[in-house]
Design a protein around this ligand. Structure first.
Ligand code: FES
Length: 64
């Protein structure tokens, strides 16, 4: 099963990327400030960084 969402915030990376682009958010810290993702267990944080860098929204399990 790929990693494609912030489980704590119940939101997919695809949805997060869409919102980030709409709002002009470029860093994980900005997503966190807006309380959109990665404010609880933070396991999704490295994936969100990669998502913002590359636009990738689905990651093979155990890759990062
Ligand atoms: S999975 Fe994103 S904060 Fe827990």
């Amino acid at each position: 099963m790929p990693i494609d969402r912030c489980i704590c915030h119940k939101i997919t990376f695809e949805e997060l990327l869409h919102i980030a682009r709409e709002k002009g958010l470029k860093t994980v810290e900005e997503l966190q400030t807006e309380n959109l993702g990665s404010t609880q267990c933070k396991l999704c944080e490295p994936y969100l960084r990669k998502m913002l860098e590359t636009g990738q929204v689905s990651f093979p399990f155990g890759k990062y």
